[in-house]
Ligand binder design. Structure first.
Ligand code: T1G
Length: 693
């Protein structure tokens, strides 16, 4: 009900552009014409702005930025200004999400109501952008400069209650947010108060403005997240120190500049690449994923324990089975520690952690898995042991169950053949720690049915991970590429580079760790084992001598206190291994190699272009569905810098012809067929310059 003395009606404008009400041109025109109609209609006393489908808006339509006429009118700002200028109250009714341009539009509204489950934020920095529709001007006025900068540079998304506490919104309801917004229109009309306009508010800046913004700039520079964070600070400083029109122009120019940076192009590429990875090309649309109830994990080692937690954390009941009581005891301790830590660090509420932990039921017999619709074997990485385990599961499980192997390189077709029901078998290659790492390579066997593949991709998404379909080959996508990466890195050592030079160059390129610190951390013996397996399978397989030589000396890395680097007194900080240099000199002499100096750029090219060339081969062999999938694997699973978009995107961004010429140069220089360019790289470099075109 509302106050009887005000006569008239409240109209609703509903943004409808499924699935997230992205503010594309037609959505913006719809809101603008709705506002104009409401202003022209004397019977209308107020407006409620809502999003269809339980979501307010996921923001500007990111696909529009890549179009030549990117600035299509009306812009979000044009629509917002019409709302802001309205003499009649316009209230945003926020359900689901109000992100980016969606929240910016809501901040042009006079008042904002959100449902208690709504989430709000300006995450543009995660796309290498900044809020370009007034967000850098209005958010600081509503929540203060310090909090606004922190939220925007970290692309923070907050809940409705936090938003209410800091003044971003005016009300939180657990009832119908549209009705609550209408009621707020009437309450405002009855109050006789002036319409609140965010842009008229003064920005709270802590202490001396000059010092605050300088300190903020220094802090965001240290984030090393490209130019967007610093541009955000500049825009907030403009909002606090300039007339609004000039400050708004600073924001507009900054947005346009950022939208053309390689960092933003890379992050926007990954945004769509991660979503494209979920699609299975050629899948019969009639094929629907099975609904998975109980999940079984066979083997309570490190991987099995992590996988069990990943499913339990997502709400699945899990049987974790291991015949070895000591292994189960270790698993129990690992889980207890992990959940304790999650509670302490606030990553999980006490209730959520205890519930998740309680969903994992321990068992010492495979027969407890009989009722499971999905079982993942995570037993020791040996073909015969895995074949026996999968064969037992095949005989035990129901006809619709999905049988998955967590193998990191074994042949899924061979494993599947041992089950007698290969259509139900595939690989789910989790990355350690499995309850943390987002990436899962979903390895499709020759006989894997569409239903089983679709079910696996669906369940991987349901546990909050990113599934990428991989074909069957040694190492699937990621490990096959990382093998070439390490080969190139070791080759550089044999030719004259030092571990520090290589790691420093690769870290400056943007990787968190260089290849040798990474190898020392993971254990150099892992690669050693893998190379021995490769050589047994392929006598022509070659690898630079230094890599095995250090393992033969027991220099297995951090765990041995020595590897490519030394680790004094259990430290994790890599130090110079003086013995290493002597060993390298001997090996170069034996190989007749004259050591030479390497510039960082060549070190990066040798390592990164090896990834690109192998990625092109993986594409040719249809081991990956698309080049962008390879980028997702290598960024999310192997630490390739996201600001570079992944190896394939990076190669396209610098020019495939440049990559091809360099690779041909390496081949000619050393006469090594390993550097023969992949035919797909040759054809794309001569043609479209794009792998997926
Ligand atoms: N633009 C275009 N398409 C979008 C989109 C967007 N903003 N958001 C989602 N999609 C597509 C997505 O590609 C997928 O497409 C489908 O919608 C479902 O997405 C001027 C410049 C809203 C939390 O950064 O965080 O506003 O694969 O699988 O898991 O200042 O989408 O089906 O073809 O992610 O339910 C700022 C981005 C934009 C939010 C929903 N906004 N989106 O998650 O679905 S820039 C964002 C999300 C901006 C202004 C600036 C999530 C979501 P397809 P989905 P979801």
């Amino acid at each position: 009900m509302h106050n009887s003395h005000v006569k008239g009606r409240v109209v609703r404008i509903v943004m409808s552009n499924p699935p997230v009400n992205a503010l594309n041109l037609s959505a913006r025109r719809h809101v603008l014409s709705g506002i104009e109609a409401a202003m022209a209609d004397e019977s209308v006393v107020g407006v409620v702005l809502l999003g269809d489908g339980g979501r307010f808006s996921g923001g500007a339509d990111v696909r529009e930025f890549n179009k030549p006429d990117a600035r299509s009118f009306p812009s979000i700002i044009d629509v917002g200004k019409a709302i802001q200028a309205s003499p009649k109250p316009v209230v945003a009714a926020i359900d689901g999400v109000a992100l980016g341009g969606g929240l910016e539009l809501a901040m042009f509204c006079h008042l904002r109501v959100a449902s208690s489950s709504a989430r709000l934020g300006l995450p543009e920095a995660s796309l290498g952008l900044l809020p370009g529709a007034g967000g850098t001007q209005r958010l600081p006025r509503l929540v203060g400069a310090e909090r606004a900068i922190d939220w925007m540079v970290r692309a923070k998304v907050v809940g409705a209650h936090d938003a209410l506490t800091v003044g971003l919104i005016d009300e939180v309801v657990s009832s119908d947010v549209g009705q609550a917004a209408e009621a707020l229109v009437w309450r405002h009309l009855a109050s006789g108060n002036a319409l609140p306009v965010a842009i008229d508010r003064v920005i709270e800046v802590p202490g001396d403005a000059g010092e605050f913004f300088e300190a903020s700039r220094a802090a965001v520079r240290a984030m090393k997240r490209g130019p967007a964070p610093e541009a955000i600070v500049d825009c907030v400083e403009a909002a606090a120190t300039m007339p609004h029109d000039r400050a708004a122009d600073v924001e507009l120019q900054s947005f346009d500049r950022l939208s053309r940076t390689p960092e933003s192009l890379a992050l926007r590429h990954l945004f769509f690449a991660e979503r494209a990875a979920a699609r299975i090309d050629g899948l019969n649309p009639a094929v629907k994923p099975l609904n998975i109830g109980e999940v079984g994990v066979l083997g309570a080692g490190t991987m099995g324990t992590g996988i069990a937690m990943a499913f339990a954390n997502a709400g699945y009941d899990v049987w974790l089975t291991d015949t070895n009581p000591q292994a189960m005891q270790r698993s129990r301790a690992v889980r207890a520690k992990a959940y304790e830590s999650a509670k302490k660090r606030g990553r999980m509420s006490v209730e959520a952690a205890d519930q998740a932990s309680g969903r994992i039921r321990e068992s010492s017999t495979i027969h407890d898995l009989e009722g499971c619709e999905l079982v993942i074997e995570a037993v020791v990485e040996k073909q015969d042991v895995k074949e026996a385990a999968l064969g037992q599961l095949a005989r035990l499980l129901g006809p619709h169950a999905v049988i998955a192997s967590n193998t990191s390189y074994l042949n899924i077709d061979a494993l599947a053949a041992s089950t007698g029901r290969p259509q139900d078998v595939l690989g789910l290659h989790f990355f350690s720690p499995a309850h943390v790492m987002k990436l899962v390579e979903v390895v499709r066997g020759r006989e894997t049915s569409d239903r089983v593949l679709a079910t696996a991709m669906d369940v991987v998404k349901r546990i909050g991970k990113m599934g990428v379909v991989a074909g069957v080959c040694d190492g699937f996508i990621g490990n096959r590429m990382v093998d070439q990466y390490f080969l190139s890195a070791n080759e550089l050592l044999m030719e004259g580079a030092t571990p520090n030079q290589v790691d420093d160059a690769i870290r400056d390129f943007g990787f968190a760790m260089g290849p040798f610190a990474m190898s020392d951390m993971a254990g150099n013996d892992i690669g050693w084992l893998s190379r021995r397996r490769r050589i047994a399978a392929d006598p022509d397989y070659r690898f630079p001598a230094i890599a095995d030589a250090i393992c033969e000396r027991g220099w297995h890395g951090q765990k041995a206190g020595k590897g490519y680097f030394v680790y004094e007194n259990g430290s994790r900080e890599p130090g110079k291994n003086a013995e290493f240099e002597a060993l390298l000199r001997d090996l170069r002499a034996q190989a007749g190699i004259e050591a030479r100096r390497f510039e960082p750029a060549e070190i990066v090219e040798r390592c990164v272009f090896a990834l690109v060339n192998e990625g092109a081969r993986i594409l040719e062999e249809v081991i990956a569905q698309r080049a962008s999938d390879i980028d997702v694997v290598y960024v999310r699973g192997y630490g390739f810098p996201d600001l570079r978009g992944g190896p394939m995107h990076y190669a396209e961004s610098i020019g495939l012809d440049r990559v091809l010429r360099a690779i041909e140069g390496y081949r000619d220089e050393r006469g090594d067929q390993r550097w023969s360019p992949a035919p797909l790289l040759v054809s794309r470099a001569a043609g479209s310059g794009r792998f997926d075109a």
